[in-house]
Ligand binder design. Structure first.
Ligand code: ZN
Length: 235
């Protein structure tokens, strides 16, 4: 019972974090698998900044609302189909962060330009079709694109991160957007010449690939959670 309460609190907090930390405003959502089941906790159809632990829905991998009152976010299929095909996944974040969207629209792949980017040493998937993931089929298409990657950048739309638990999926999303912001700033400073950016080599990226270790996730989650508590909506 206590574990269920903690998970609900984490899901609500993860949603507020992605809004308070600038990864989403009106849209976006974070979810967590209820351990050992094909169901997950998911917020209602409002800005993630409004998520509350007592108003979460329980949804299954076929997209059915099992318990809870209210309408789910229409992109529930992102979560439902990843949980259906990846039993190793326990947490998912979908957000619309601006720097990642910018990269996708200037045809720049995400490059590892700082240590926290090492979370994506194995690569970031790129999903080309525009528009929202509002059907089971589109959810399955996104799953195929994601493969075994930690995250996917969706062109003109946003990002999705999928990891073992909700806290690391949230931290991964924050690190992905942070890296994209830095990459854009470096591109601007270099006058648009991406050849001047000293992106990490594969070997260098591997050396900092432990960014989602339990110790780093615990420290980052503590910070982001505190920020979400003190920063106002829209702040
Ligand atoms: Zn979306």
């Amino acid at each position: 019972m206590e574990a269920d309460k903690t998970l609900r609190r984490d899901v609500a907090l993860a949603n507020r974090i992605i809004e308070r930390c600038g990864l989403s405003n009106v849209f976006g959502h974070a979810s967590a698998r209820i351990p050992g089941t094909d169901t997950f906790l998911f917020p209602r159809r409002r800005s993630p900044g409004f998520a509350e632990e007592n108003h979460l829905l329980v949804i299954d991998t076929d997209g059915n609302v099992r318990t809870g009152v209210g309408t789910p976010n229409s992109e529930l299929w992102i979560h439902a189909r990843i949980y259906a095909s990846r039993p190793d996944i326990g947490g998912i974040v979908h957000a619309h962060p601006m720097a990642c969207i910018c990269l996708s629209q200037i045809g720049e792949p995400f490059r590892i330009v700082h240590n926290q980017g090492g979370a994506f040493a194995a690569g970031v998937a790129e999903y080309e079709p525009i528009g929202l993931i509002r059907t089971r089929e589109l959810g399955d298409q996104l799953v195929r694109c994601l493969g075994s990657a930690v995250g996917v950048i969706m062109r003109g739309h946003g990002i999705t991160t999928a990891t073992a638990d909700i806290r690391s999926a949230t931290v991964a999303a924050c690190f992905l957007e942070e890296g994209a912001r830095l990459q854009l700033q470096m591109l601007a400073a270099a006058g648009g010449d991406q050849g001047q950016i000293r992106a990490y080599t594969r070997e260098e990226a591997d050396r900092v690939s432990d960014q989602l270790s339990p110790a780093i996730v615990a420290r980052a989650w503590e910070y982001y959670a505190a920020v979400a508590e003190v920063r106002p909506l829209g702040g």
